[in-house]
Design a protein around this ligand. Structure first.
Ligand SMILES: *[C@@H]1O[C@H](CO)[C@@H](O)[C@H](O)[C@H]1NC(C)=O
Ligand SMILES: *[C@@H]1O[C@H](CO)[C@@H](O)[C@H](O)[C@H]1NC(C)=O
Ligand SMILES: *[C@@H]1O[C@H](CO)[C@@H](O)[C@H](O)[C@H]1NC(C)=O
Ligand SMILES: *[C@@H]1O[C@H](CO)[C@@H](O)[C@H](O)[C@H]1NC(C)=O
Ligand SMILES: *[C@@H]1O[C@H](CO)[C@@H](O)[C@H](O)[C@H]1NC(C)=O
Ligand SMILES: *[C@@H]1O[C@H](CO)[C@@H](O)[C@H](O)[C@H]1NC(C)=O
Length: 384
């Protein structure tokens, strides 16, 4: 890798450090977040998670019933099943009894859940109260330490406003419950868009930043899936920069900070997977090369450990691109944008320069068997 590239990144980090020093005049004591989501997966039980590498783990997902507005716990989530799913109780117990115990949160929603249902719940005071009550009851019943809300995504400015009200009511209920029971208050977090506003489609709409500052412990910024085979050209799925579109990790995080969100409420997301493209012409293989849709993997997605297998094939080239601060590899007409040890280290340095709260990964099971990326991230955060 070119030395000049490293020099440029070092300069950038120094500039960012200078900016960050101006931004955060106070540094309240907050726990560091090194988190990962866990998607219930028969081939990857919670016992296989190396909890020494993380501080928090998010169980994904539960969703509310569309008539009662209470969280619907599937039978296998209640009881587990001999062959496959893990029960919620097994999950939290496993995470707590590891040699390095880890804080658990239950995540509500997800990309495939019903966005209009959340819109209704957030807007209706009765449904909202029922939903909030149920979330606290479920978190306590199954032994979680917190609740995460993953609404993808509010569609209008009004829905964003309702989301702010939902957070306020949620925080009040959590505080009241903690006082009434004498227990440690549950954590309350949300998974959000890569930027403080949604502007690529539909009505422009901004997140309720004041309510987030006041009512949430932090937000998980989904700084990934920024480019994919749907663009018809190759791109860095979680690139630091994008000179052409501003759809990048850095512009997203800056938009959150410019909007007034406190840096210590920001947790930066990183993918443990790549996005894949099929090149139109194997000789045009840079960023922005014309493509014909998804390449290898399932629907254009491929686990990091599988990217390493792809990279081992004769003929595969790996490129660190300085314009986007990203890595990609290609072989004939297959093209993959992903994260490697180097890009993850650079991002962690950047997150620390901005004085962010921490980082999270989507999702457990996609790293190598020996947790190569997760270990690097954990080490990288400690160094500076
Ligand atoms: C509730 O969800 C079920 C299952 O997705 C769906 O079939 C049904 O139409 C929904 N009902 C309402 C009232 O939204
Ligand atoms: C999603 O929720 C809305 C509002 O409750 C409902 O009208 C719709 O039927 C739901 N869709 C599904 C697929 O359940
Ligand atoms: C939820 O509602 C039930 C019934 O009203 C009540 O007994 C319980 O205390 C509420 N739980 C919380 C956490 O507010
Ligand atoms: C990608 O190509 C398809 C088919 O030609 C087209 O319908 C779609 O609008 C293109 N998408 C973008 C983002 O350009
Ligand atoms: C990128 O963001 C900058 C600063 O907000 C803006 O001036 C510029 O027009 C944007 N460029 C594109 C391509 O959107
Ligand atoms: C990669 O290149 C090698 C050698 O040219 C070839 O055998 C292999 O099939 C290629 N793999 C992909 C995914 O294109």
């Amino acid at each position: 890798m070119a030395i000049s590239y490293l020099k440029q990144l070092l300069t950038l980090t120094l500039i960012l450090l200078a900016i960050a020093t101006k931004i955060s005049t106070c540094t309240p004591s907050t726990t560091r977040v090194k988190a990962i989501y866990y998607l219930d997966n028969p081939t990857f039980p919670p016992s296989s998670i190396d909890t020494s590498l993380f501080t928090h783990i998010f169980y994904a997902f539960v969703v509310p019933n569309n008539i009662t507005y209470k969280l619907e716990i599937q039978q296998q989530q209640q009881q587990g099943s001999s062959s496959k799913a893990t029960s919620l109780t097994t999950f939290t117990n496993t995470c707590k009894t590891k040699p390095s115990p880890i804080t658990t949160l239950i995540s509500i929603g997800g990309a495939n859940s019903n966005s209009s249902l959340f819109a209704f719940i957030a807007s209706d005071s009765t449904a909202r109260a029922t939903f909030i009550n149920s979330s606290i009851e479920v978190a306590r019943t199954y032994g979680f330490n917190g609740i995460d809300f993953d609404w993808e995504f509010p569609q209008t400015a009004k829905e964003m406003n309702d989301l702010g009200e939902l957070f306020l009511q949620w925080r009040n209920a959590i505080s009241n419950e903690a006082i009434a029971t004498g227990k440690q208050p549950l954590l309350l977090t949300a998974a959000v868009y890569f930027a403080a506003g949604l502007f690529l489609s539909g009505e422009p709409r901004n997140y309720p930043v004041d309510s987030i500052n006041k009512n949430l412990d932090w937000i998980n910024v989904m700084s990934y899936d920024l480019h994919g085979p749907w663009n018809n050209v190759t791109g860095a799925p979680s690139g630091m920069f994008d000179p052409r579109t501003n759809v990048s990790v850095v512009s997203g995080l800056f938009s959150w900070i410019r909007s007034g969100l406190l840096p210590e409420k920001l947790v930066m997301g990183m993918p443990l997977y790549g996005k894949t493209w099929k090149l139109q012409d194997p000789n045009k293989h840079g960023i922005g090369a014309p493509s014909l849709g998804p390449g290898p993997g399932v629907d254009g997605g491929i686990a990091y450990f599988q990217v390493l297998d792809f990279n081992k094939q004769t003929g595969t080239k790996v490129v660190h691109d300085k314009q986007t601060g990203s890595v990609y590899s290609y072989n004939e007409s297959s093209w993959i944008g992903y994260e490697d040890l180097f890009t993850v280290s650079i991002k962690i340095g950047f997150a620390q320069a901005l004085k962010l709260r921490g980082y999270f990964f989507w999702v457990a099971g996609l790293d190598t068997r020996d947790w190569e990326i997760s270990s690097q991230a954990s080490k990288a955060w400690k160094l500076v």
